[in-house]
Design a protein around this ligand. Structure first.
Ligand code: GLN
Length: 483
Protein backbone atom coordinates (compact mmCIF):
# COMPACT_ATOMS: atom_id res chain seq x y z
CA UNK A 1 0.00 0.00 0.00
CA UNK A 2 2.94 2.34 0.73
CA UNK A 3 4.14 1.70 -2.82
CA UNK A 4 0.67 2.45 -4.21
CA UNK A 5 0.28 -1.04 -5.63
CA UNK A 6 -2.76 -1.90 -3.57
CA UNK A 7 -5.47 0.06 -1.81
CA UNK A 8 -6.87 -0.80 1.57
CA UNK A 9 -10.30 -1.20 -0.04
CA UNK A 10 -8.85 -3.85 -2.40
CA UNK A 11 -7.05 -5.60 0.42
CA UNK A 12 -10.05 -5.50 2.76
CA UNK A 13 -12.35 -6.74 -0.01
CA UNK A 14 -9.94 -9.61 -0.72
CA UNK A 15 -9.94 -10.60 2.96
CA UNK A 16 -13.76 -10.35 3.10
CA UNK A 17 -13.93 -12.62 0.02
CA UNK A 18 -11.63 -15.07 1.74
CA UNK A 19 -13.94 -15.01 4.77
CA UNK A 20 -16.93 -15.79 2.54
CA UNK A 21 -14.96 -18.69 1.01
CA UNK A 22 -13.64 -20.36 4.13
CA UNK A 23 -15.35 -19.15 7.30
CA UNK A 24 -18.37 -21.40 6.77
CA UNK A 25 -15.86 -24.19 7.46
CA UNK A 26 -13.45 -22.60 9.96
CA UNK A 27 -16.10 -20.59 11.87
CA UNK A 28 -13.66 -18.12 13.38
CA UNK A 29 -15.90 -15.05 13.45
CA UNK A 30 -18.80 -14.42 15.82
CA UNK A 31 -19.56 -11.01 14.32
CA UNK A 32 -18.48 -9.67 10.97
CA UNK A 33 -18.72 -5.97 10.08
CA UNK A 34 -18.08 -5.93 6.31
CA UNK A 35 -19.65 -2.55 5.57
CA UNK A 36 -17.92 -0.82 8.43
CA UNK A 37 -14.64 -2.51 7.44
CA UNK A 38 -14.91 -1.14 3.89
CA UNK A 39 -15.72 2.30 5.33
CA UNK A 40 -12.61 2.21 7.48
CA UNK A 41 -10.61 1.04 4.44
CA UNK A 42 -11.90 3.97 2.37
CA UNK A 43 -10.89 6.35 5.15
CA UNK A 44 -7.44 4.75 5.29
CA UNK A 45 -7.05 5.19 1.53
CA UNK A 46 -8.10 8.83 1.82
CA UNK A 47 -5.55 9.39 4.57
CA UNK A 48 -2.86 7.87 2.36
CA UNK A 49 -3.92 9.99 -0.63
CA UNK A 50 -3.45 13.04 1.60
CA UNK A 51 0.14 11.91 2.17
CA UNK A 52 -0.45 10.55 5.67
CA UNK A 53 1.05 7.32 6.95
CA UNK A 54 0.63 5.27 10.12
CA UNK A 55 2.01 1.90 11.26
CA UNK A 56 -1.15 -0.05 10.35
CA UNK A 57 -2.77 2.24 7.82
CA UNK A 58 -5.35 0.18 5.94
CA UNK A 59 -4.44 -3.20 7.51
CA UNK A 60 -7.45 -5.48 8.22
CA UNK A 61 -7.44 -7.05 11.69
CA UNK A 62 -9.75 -9.16 13.87
CA UNK A 63 -10.61 -8.67 17.55
CA UNK A 64 -11.35 -11.39 20.09
CA UNK A 65 -14.89 -11.04 21.37
CA UNK A 66 -13.87 -10.22 24.95
CA UNK A 67 -12.53 -6.81 23.90
CA UNK A 68 -14.98 -3.96 23.46
CA UNK A 69 -15.35 -2.40 20.03
CA UNK A 70 -17.82 0.48 20.13
CA UNK A 71 -21.03 -0.41 18.31
CA UNK A 72 -20.28 -4.11 17.74
CA UNK A 73 -21.73 -6.85 19.97
CA UNK A 74 -19.36 -8.08 22.69
CA UNK A 75 -20.69 -11.50 23.69
CA UNK A 76 -17.57 -12.95 25.34
CA UNK A 77 -18.78 -16.22 23.84
CA UNK A 78 -21.58 -16.19 26.42
CA UNK A 79 -25.37 -16.16 26.24
CA UNK A 80 -25.44 -13.76 29.17
CA UNK A 81 -23.95 -11.00 26.98
CA UNK A 82 -25.66 -12.00 23.73
CA UNK A 83 -27.35 -8.62 23.37
CA UNK A 84 -24.58 -6.47 24.85
CA UNK A 85 -23.23 -3.71 22.58
CA UNK A 86 -20.58 -1.64 24.36
CA UNK A 87 -20.74 2.13 23.95
CA UNK A 88 -16.93 2.45 23.95
CA UNK A 89 -13.83 0.69 22.66
CA UNK A 90 -10.99 -0.95 24.56
CA UNK A 91 -7.81 1.11 24.68
CA UNK A 92 -5.97 -1.52 22.62
CA UNK A 93 -8.68 -1.33 19.94
CA UNK A 94 -8.67 2.47 20.00
CA UNK A 95 -4.90 2.46 19.49
CA UNK A 96 -5.22 0.10 16.52
CA UNK A 97 -7.78 2.44 14.99
CA UNK A 98 -5.55 5.48 15.56
CA UNK A 99 -2.73 3.58 13.83
CA UNK A 100 -5.02 3.18 10.82
CA UNK A 101 -6.10 -0.45 11.22
CA UNK A 102 -9.34 -1.71 9.68
CA UNK A 103 -11.43 -3.76 12.13
CA UNK A 104 -13.15 -6.68 10.39
CA UNK A 105 -15.15 -8.14 13.25
CA UNK A 106 -15.12 -10.15 16.47
CA UNK A 107 -13.70 -13.65 16.80
CA UNK A 108 -14.91 -16.70 18.66
CA UNK A 109 -13.71 -17.50 22.16
CA UNK A 110 -14.38 -19.90 24.97
CA UNK A 111 -17.01 -18.35 27.24
CA UNK A 112 -15.33 -15.48 29.15
CA UNK A 113 -11.99 -16.85 27.86
CA UNK A 114 -12.29 -19.93 30.05
CA UNK A 115 -11.02 -22.83 28.02
CA UNK A 116 -8.38 -24.14 25.63
CA UNK A 117 -10.36 -25.16 22.56
CA UNK A 118 -13.29 -22.73 21.85
CA UNK A 119 -15.59 -25.65 22.70
CA UNK A 120 -16.80 -23.62 25.69
CA UNK A 121 -18.17 -20.93 23.37
CA UNK A 122 -21.95 -20.74 23.79
CA UNK A 123 -22.29 -20.29 20.01
CA UNK A 124 -20.14 -22.81 18.13
CA UNK A 125 -16.71 -24.40 18.05
CA UNK A 126 -14.09 -23.00 15.72
CA UNK A 127 -12.31 -25.56 13.54
CA UNK A 128 -8.56 -25.82 13.19
CA UNK A 129 -7.66 -24.65 9.64
CA UNK A 130 -5.08 -27.47 9.38
CA UNK A 131 -7.66 -30.17 10.14
CA UNK A 132 -11.34 -29.32 10.54
CA UNK A 133 -11.95 -32.26 12.87
CA UNK A 134 -9.61 -30.65 15.43
CA UNK A 135 -9.79 -27.69 17.80
CA UNK A 136 -7.90 -24.46 17.08
CA UNK A 137 -6.90 -24.18 20.74
CA UNK A 138 -8.29 -21.48 22.96
CA UNK A 139 -9.51 -19.38 24.31
CA UNK A 140 -8.37 -17.03 21.49
CA UNK A 141 -9.03 -19.85 18.99
CA UNK A 142 -11.12 -17.67 16.68
CA UNK A 143 -8.33 -15.09 16.36
CA UNK A 144 -5.65 -17.76 15.81
CA UNK A 145 -7.73 -19.62 13.22
CA UNK A 146 -8.60 -16.37 11.42
CA UNK A 147 -4.93 -15.42 11.08
CA UNK A 148 -3.86 -18.95 10.11
CA UNK A 149 -6.46 -19.17 7.36
CA UNK A 150 -5.92 -15.72 5.85
CA UNK A 151 -9.15 -14.21 7.22
CA UNK A 152 -7.24 -11.38 8.95
CA UNK A 153 -3.66 -10.13 8.70
CA UNK A 154 -3.39 -10.07 12.49
CA UNK A 155 -5.63 -10.17 15.53
CA UNK A 156 -5.99 -9.26 19.16
CA UNK A 157 -6.42 -12.05 21.67
CA UNK A 158 -6.17 -12.25 25.43
CA UNK A 159 -3.98 -14.51 27.54
CA UNK A 160 -4.81 -15.33 31.16
CA UNK A 161 -3.07 -18.69 31.29
CA UNK A 162 -2.03 -19.36 27.71
CA UNK A 163 -4.98 -18.30 25.59
CA UNK A 164 -2.89 -16.50 22.98
CA UNK A 165 0.18 -18.76 22.88
CA UNK A 166 -1.60 -22.13 22.99
CA UNK A 167 -4.02 -21.45 20.07
CA UNK A 168 -1.12 -19.86 18.15
CA UNK A 169 0.77 -23.11 18.70
CA UNK A 170 -2.12 -25.30 17.56
CA UNK A 171 -2.79 -23.12 14.49
CA UNK A 172 0.84 -22.55 13.46
CA UNK A 173 1.00 -18.77 13.88
CA UNK A 174 2.87 -16.29 16.06
CA UNK A 175 1.23 -15.47 19.41
CA UNK A 176 2.65 -12.92 21.83
CA UNK A 177 1.64 -12.50 25.47
CA UNK A 178 3.14 -9.24 26.69
CA UNK A 179 4.20 -8.73 30.31
CA UNK A 180 1.49 -7.90 32.82
CA UNK A 181 1.06 -4.12 32.67
CA UNK A 182 2.49 -3.70 29.16
CA UNK A 183 -0.89 -3.33 27.40
CA UNK A 184 -3.91 -1.62 28.91
CA UNK A 185 -6.75 -3.89 30.00
CA UNK A 186 -9.30 -1.08 29.76
CA UNK A 187 -12.24 -2.40 27.75
CA UNK A 188 -11.16 -6.02 28.15
CA UNK A 189 -13.95 -7.92 29.89
CA UNK A 190 -12.26 -9.17 33.05
CA UNK A 191 -11.74 -12.89 33.71
CA UNK A 192 -8.86 -12.97 36.25
CA UNK A 193 -7.62 -9.42 36.63
CA UNK A 194 -4.15 -10.21 38.01
CA UNK A 195 -3.43 -12.58 35.11
CA UNK A 196 -5.30 -11.15 32.08
CA UNK A 197 -3.24 -9.52 29.36
CA UNK A 198 -4.08 -8.43 25.82
CA UNK A 199 -1.97 -10.34 23.29
CA UNK A 200 -1.28 -10.38 19.57
CA UNK A 201 -1.68 -13.01 16.87
CA UNK A 202 0.15 -12.61 13.58
CA UNK A 203 1.77 -14.47 10.71
CA UNK A 204 5.32 -13.32 11.48
CA UNK A 205 7.32 -12.09 14.43
CA UNK A 206 7.76 -8.74 12.71
CA UNK A 207 3.99 -8.33 12.41
CA UNK A 208 3.58 -9.18 16.09
CA UNK A 209 6.26 -6.62 16.99
CA UNK A 210 4.51 -3.94 14.91
CA UNK A 211 1.16 -4.69 16.57
CA UNK A 212 2.70 -4.60 20.04
CA UNK A 213 4.33 -1.25 19.31
CA UNK A 214 0.88 0.15 18.57
CA UNK A 215 -1.10 -1.25 21.51
CA UNK A 216 1.56 -1.10 24.27
CA UNK A 217 2.02 1.73 26.73
CA UNK A 218 0.61 3.45 29.74
CA UNK A 219 -3.10 4.17 29.94
CA UNK A 220 -4.45 6.31 32.75
CA UNK A 221 -7.69 4.29 32.57
CA UNK A 222 -5.92 1.09 33.69
CA UNK A 223 -4.07 1.57 36.97
CA UNK A 224 -2.08 -1.65 36.40
CA UNK A 225 -0.66 -0.45 33.07
CA UNK A 226 2.95 0.58 33.57
CA UNK A 227 4.08 4.14 32.90
CA UNK A 228 7.09 2.98 30.88
CA UNK A 229 8.25 4.17 27.46
CA UNK A 230 7.41 1.86 24.53
CA UNK A 231 10.50 0.66 22.65
CA UNK A 232 10.55 0.47 18.86
CA UNK A 233 9.87 -3.28 18.83
CA UNK A 234 9.83 -3.72 15.07
CA UNK A 235 12.90 -1.53 14.67
CA UNK A 236 14.81 -3.68 17.16
CA UNK A 237 14.57 -6.76 14.93
CA UNK A 238 17.85 -6.15 13.21
CA UNK A 239 20.16 -8.74 14.77
CA UNK A 240 21.75 -11.23 12.40
CA UNK A 241 22.55 -14.08 14.75
CA UNK A 242 22.13 -14.98 18.37
CA UNK A 243 25.71 -14.63 19.54
CA UNK A 244 25.85 -13.48 23.13
CA UNK A 245 22.26 -14.59 23.83
CA UNK A 246 21.94 -17.06 26.73
CA UNK A 247 19.02 -19.45 26.31
CA UNK A 248 17.79 -21.50 29.26
CA UNK A 249 15.99 -24.79 28.72
CA UNK A 250 13.90 -25.69 31.77
CA UNK A 251 14.24 -29.37 32.60
CA UNK A 252 10.72 -29.44 34.08
CA UNK A 253 9.18 -28.59 30.67
CA UNK A 254 9.86 -31.91 29.00
CA UNK A 255 7.49 -34.27 30.76
CA UNK A 256 6.63 -37.95 30.22
CA UNK A 257 3.00 -37.39 29.17
CA UNK A 258 3.80 -35.01 26.33
CA UNK A 259 3.73 -35.87 22.63
CA UNK A 260 7.20 -37.17 21.67
CA UNK A 261 7.23 -35.30 18.34
CA UNK A 262 6.57 -32.01 20.13
CA UNK A 263 9.55 -32.53 22.44
CA UNK A 264 11.75 -33.54 19.48
CA UNK A 265 10.77 -30.53 17.35
CA UNK A 266 11.33 -28.10 20.23
CA UNK A 267 14.71 -29.64 21.05
CA UNK A 268 15.65 -29.41 17.35
CA UNK A 269 14.63 -25.73 17.34
CA UNK A 270 16.83 -25.10 20.37
CA UNK A 271 19.73 -26.76 18.53
CA UNK A 272 19.12 -24.43 15.58
CA UNK A 273 19.34 -21.46 17.96
CA UNK A 274 22.59 -22.89 19.32
CA UNK A 275 23.87 -23.09 15.74
CA UNK A 276 22.97 -19.41 15.32
CA UNK A 277 25.36 -18.53 18.13
CA UNK A 278 23.22 -18.72 21.27
CA UNK A 279 24.64 -20.26 24.43
CA UNK A 280 22.18 -22.95 25.44
CA UNK A 281 22.11 -24.25 29.01
CA UNK A 282 19.72 -26.17 31.21
CA UNK A 283 17.86 -24.26 33.92
CA UNK A 284 15.47 -25.39 36.62
CA UNK A 285 12.08 -23.93 37.52
CA UNK A 286 11.47 -26.20 40.52
CA UNK A 287 7.93 -25.06 41.36
CA UNK A 288 6.58 -25.77 37.85
CA UNK A 289 4.41 -28.64 39.13
CA UNK A 290 2.44 -26.21 41.27
CA UNK A 291 1.50 -23.85 38.42
CA UNK A 292 -1.63 -25.73 37.45
CA UNK A 293 -3.14 -26.05 40.96
CA UNK A 294 -2.15 -22.46 41.84
CA UNK A 295 -3.68 -21.13 38.61
CA UNK A 296 -6.91 -23.07 39.18
CA UNK A 297 -7.30 -21.47 42.59
CA UNK A 298 -6.27 -17.90 41.72
CA UNK A 299 -8.03 -17.63 38.33
CA UNK A 300 -11.44 -19.00 39.48
CA UNK A 301 -11.26 -16.91 42.68
CA UNK A 302 -10.83 -13.73 40.65
CA UNK A 303 -13.38 -14.91 38.09
CA UNK A 304 -16.01 -15.50 40.77
CA UNK A 305 -15.61 -11.89 41.88
CA UNK A 306 -15.46 -10.44 38.35
CA UNK A 307 -18.50 -12.34 37.13
CA UNK A 308 -20.68 -11.22 40.04
CA UNK A 309 -21.62 -8.18 37.96
CA UNK A 310 -23.76 -10.27 35.56
CA UNK A 311 -26.92 -10.06 37.57
CA UNK A 312 -29.50 -9.28 34.91
CA UNK A 313 -29.66 -5.66 36.02
CA UNK A 314 -26.65 -3.93 34.55
CA UNK A 315 -25.66 -5.97 31.51
CA UNK A 316 -27.11 -8.35 28.99
CA UNK A 317 -29.54 -11.14 29.68
CA UNK A 318 -32.29 -10.83 32.31
CA UNK A 319 -34.66 -13.64 33.19
CA UNK A 320 -37.38 -12.02 35.31
CA UNK A 321 -38.82 -13.94 38.23
CA UNK A 322 -42.07 -13.00 39.99
CA UNK A 323 -40.50 -14.08 43.30
CA UNK A 324 -38.20 -11.04 43.27
CA UNK A 325 -34.57 -10.01 43.16
CA UNK A 326 -32.72 -13.14 44.33
CA UNK A 327 -34.74 -15.39 42.08
CA UNK A 328 -34.11 -13.03 39.14
CA UNK A 329 -30.37 -13.27 39.79
CA UNK A 330 -30.57 -17.03 40.09
CA UNK A 331 -32.54 -17.56 36.90
CA UNK A 332 -30.50 -15.04 34.89
CA UNK A 333 -27.18 -16.58 35.87
CA UNK A 334 -28.53 -20.11 35.60
CA UNK A 335 -29.69 -19.51 32.03
CA UNK A 336 -26.89 -17.19 30.94
CA UNK A 337 -23.71 -19.00 32.00
CA UNK A 338 -22.40 -22.26 30.56
CA UNK A 339 -21.16 -25.17 32.63
CA UNK A 340 -17.44 -24.30 32.62
CA UNK A 341 -18.15 -20.77 33.82
CA UNK A 342 -20.41 -22.13 36.58
CA UNK A 343 -17.69 -24.61 37.58
CA UNK A 344 -15.17 -21.76 37.91
CA UNK A 345 -17.56 -19.57 39.89
CA UNK A 346 -18.18 -22.43 42.32
CA UNK A 347 -14.48 -23.28 42.62
CA UNK A 348 -13.58 -19.64 43.17
CA UNK A 349 -16.35 -18.95 45.66
CA UNK A 350 -15.33 -22.04 47.61
CA UNK A 351 -11.64 -21.06 47.64
CA UNK A 352 -12.51 -17.57 48.92
CA UNK A 353 -15.04 -18.60 51.55
CA UNK A 354 -14.37 -18.13 55.27
CA UNK A 355 -12.47 -21.08 56.66
CA UNK A 356 -11.00 -22.07 53.29
CA UNK A 357 -9.43 -18.76 52.31
CA UNK A 358 -6.19 -19.39 54.24
CA UNK A 359 -5.91 -23.01 53.16
CA UNK A 360 -6.51 -22.39 49.45
CA UNK A 361 -6.45 -18.81 48.19
CA UNK A 362 -3.76 -17.49 50.53
CA UNK A 363 -1.63 -20.61 50.09
CA UNK A 364 -1.95 -20.32 46.31
CA UNK A 365 -0.77 -16.70 46.45
CA UNK A 366 2.25 -17.76 48.51
CA UNK A 367 3.17 -20.48 46.02
CA UNK A 368 2.62 -17.98 43.21
CA UNK A 369 5.45 -15.92 44.73
CA UNK A 370 7.70 -19.01 44.70
CA UNK A 371 6.90 -19.56 41.02
CA UNK A 372 7.85 -15.97 40.29
CA UNK A 373 11.09 -16.42 42.28
CA UNK A 374 11.98 -19.43 40.10
CA UNK A 375 11.88 -17.15 37.04
CA UNK A 376 13.77 -14.34 38.80
CA UNK A 377 16.54 -16.82 39.62
CA UNK A 378 16.61 -18.27 36.10
CA UNK A 379 16.77 -14.83 34.47
CA UNK A 380 19.88 -14.04 36.51
CA UNK A 381 21.65 -16.74 34.45
CA UNK A 382 19.93 -16.59 31.08
CA UNK A 383 18.33 -13.96 28.83
CA UNK A 384 15.39 -16.05 27.63
CA UNK A 385 13.81 -19.43 28.30
CA UNK A 386 12.94 -21.79 25.43
CA UNK A 387 10.47 -24.63 25.83
CA UNK A 388 7.33 -26.13 24.26
CA UNK A 389 4.15 -24.01 24.20
CA UNK A 390 1.70 -26.91 24.51
CA UNK A 391 2.25 -30.58 25.34
CA UNK A 392 0.46 -31.78 22.19
CA UNK A 393 -0.54 -30.61 18.75
CA UNK A 394 -4.22 -29.87 18.01
CA UNK A 395 -6.56 -32.46 19.52
CA UNK A 396 -9.87 -33.71 18.16
CA UNK A 397 -13.06 -31.74 18.75
CA UNK A 398 -14.81 -33.50 21.64
CA UNK A 399 -11.69 -35.39 22.75
CA UNK A 400 -11.22 -33.44 26.00
CA UNK A 401 -14.53 -31.59 26.26
CA UNK A 402 -15.92 -33.96 28.89
CA UNK A 403 -12.77 -34.03 31.01
CA UNK A 404 -11.91 -30.63 32.51
CA UNK A 405 -8.63 -31.85 34.02
CA UNK A 406 -7.33 -33.08 30.66
CA UNK A 407 -8.36 -29.76 29.14
CA UNK A 408 -6.62 -27.80 31.92
CA UNK A 409 -3.40 -29.69 31.15
CA UNK A 410 -3.25 -28.06 27.68
CA UNK A 411 -1.86 -24.97 29.40
CA UNK A 412 0.65 -26.67 31.65
CA UNK A 413 3.58 -24.90 29.92
CA UNK A 414 1.97 -21.48 29.60
CA UNK A 415 0.28 -20.82 32.97
CA UNK A 416 3.39 -19.99 34.99
CA UNK A 417 4.26 -17.10 32.67
CA UNK A 418 1.00 -15.37 33.65
CA UNK A 419 1.42 -16.22 37.33
CA UNK A 420 4.87 -14.57 37.21
CA UNK A 421 3.71 -11.58 35.09
CA UNK A 422 6.45 -12.13 32.50
CA UNK A 423 6.22 -12.22 28.68
CA UNK A 424 6.18 -15.13 26.24
CA UNK A 425 5.82 -15.77 22.53
CA UNK A 426 4.85 -18.80 20.47
CA UNK A 427 6.20 -19.41 17.01
CA UNK A 428 5.95 -22.39 14.68
CA UNK A 429 8.88 -24.83 14.81
CA UNK A 430 7.71 -27.87 12.86
CA UNK A 431 4.89 -30.29 12.13
CA UNK A 432 3.97 -33.68 13.54
CA UNK A 433 3.42 -36.74 11.35
CA UNK A 434 -0.24 -35.75 10.91
CA UNK A 435 0.78 -32.42 9.40
CA UNK A 436 -0.23 -30.41 12.48
CA UNK A 437 1.86 -27.42 13.57
CA UNK A 438 4.15 -27.57 16.63
CA UNK A 439 4.90 -24.45 18.68
CA UNK A 440 8.08 -23.21 20.33
CA UNK A 441 7.69 -20.90 23.32
CA UNK A 442 10.24 -18.25 24.23
CA UNK A 443 9.74 -16.53 27.57
CA UNK A 444 11.52 -13.42 28.78
CA UNK A 445 11.62 -11.35 31.96
CA UNK A 446 8.96 -8.76 32.73
CA UNK A 447 9.13 -6.02 30.08
CA UNK A 448 11.65 -8.10 28.11
CA UNK A 449 9.53 -8.15 24.95
CA UNK A 450 12.40 -6.80 22.84
CA UNK A 451 14.68 -9.75 23.57
CA UNK A 452 12.05 -12.47 23.01
CA UNK A 453 10.96 -10.82 19.77
CA UNK A 454 14.57 -10.58 18.62
CA UNK A 455 15.36 -14.24 19.42
CA UNK A 456 12.09 -15.39 17.82
CA UNK A 457 12.73 -13.29 14.72
CA UNK A 458 16.26 -14.62 14.20
CA UNK A 459 15.01 -18.22 14.56
CA UNK A 460 12.05 -17.56 12.26
CA UNK A 461 14.20 -16.02 9.54
CA UNK A 462 16.66 -18.92 9.71
CA UNK A 463 13.89 -21.51 9.24
CA UNK A 464 10.96 -21.91 6.88
CA UNK A 465 8.15 -22.97 9.23
CA UNK A 466 6.30 -19.66 9.00
CA UNK A 467 6.01 -20.00 5.23
CA UNK A 468 3.65 -22.99 5.38
CA UNK A 469 -0.07 -22.31 5.18
CA UNK A 470 -3.02 -24.66 5.59
CA UNK A 471 -4.62 -25.70 2.32
CA UNK A 472 -8.31 -24.98 2.70
CA UNK A 473 -10.69 -26.17 0.03
CA UNK A 474 -13.11 -23.34 -0.73
CA UNK A 475 -16.81 -23.83 -1.25
CA UNK A 476 -19.57 -25.33 0.85
CA UNK A 477 -18.70 -27.16 4.05
CA UNK A 478 -17.51 -30.74 3.59
CA UNK A 479 -19.83 -33.48 4.89
CA UNK A 480 -17.36 -34.87 7.40
CA UNK A 481 -16.96 -31.57 9.26
CA UNK A 482 -18.61 -32.00 12.66
CA UNK A 483 -21.19 -29.37 13.50
N1 GLN B 1 -7.12 -22.39 29.34
C1 GLN B 1 -6.91 -21.58 30.51
C2 GLN B 1 -8.23 -21.46 31.24
O1 GLN B 1 -9.14 -22.08 30.84
C3 GLN B 1 -6.37 -20.24 30.13
C4 GLN B 1 -7.40 -19.38 29.52
C5 GLN B 1 -6.89 -18.02 29.14
O2 GLN B 1 -5.69 -17.78 29.05
N2 GLN B 1 -7.83 -17.10 28.98
O3 GLN B 1 -8.37 -20.74 32.17
Amino acid sequence: MRRNKLTSVELTQAILNRIVDVDNQVQAYLTLAPEWALDQARQADERRTRGEDAPLLGVPLAIKDVLCVEGLPCTCGSRILEEFVPPYSATAVERLREAGAVILGKTNTDEFAMGSSTENSAYFTTHNPWDFSRVPGGSSGGSAAAVASGMALGALGTDTGGSVRQPASLCGVVGLKPSYGRVSRYGLVAFASSLDQVGLLARTVRDAATLLGVVAGHDPRDSTSMPLPVPDYAGALNANGLSGVRIGVPREYFIPGMQAQVAEAVRAAIDVMGGLGAQVREVSLPHTDYSLPVYYLVAPAEASANLARYDGVRYGLRVDAPEGMWETYRRTRGAGFGSEVKRRIMLGTYALSAGYYDAYYLKAQQVRTLIKSDFDAAFRDVDVIACPTAPTTAFKIGEKAGDPLQMYLSDVFTLSCNLAGICGINLPCGFDNQGLPIGLQIMGPAFGEEIILRVAHVYEQATEWHTYKPQIPTGPAAEEVPA
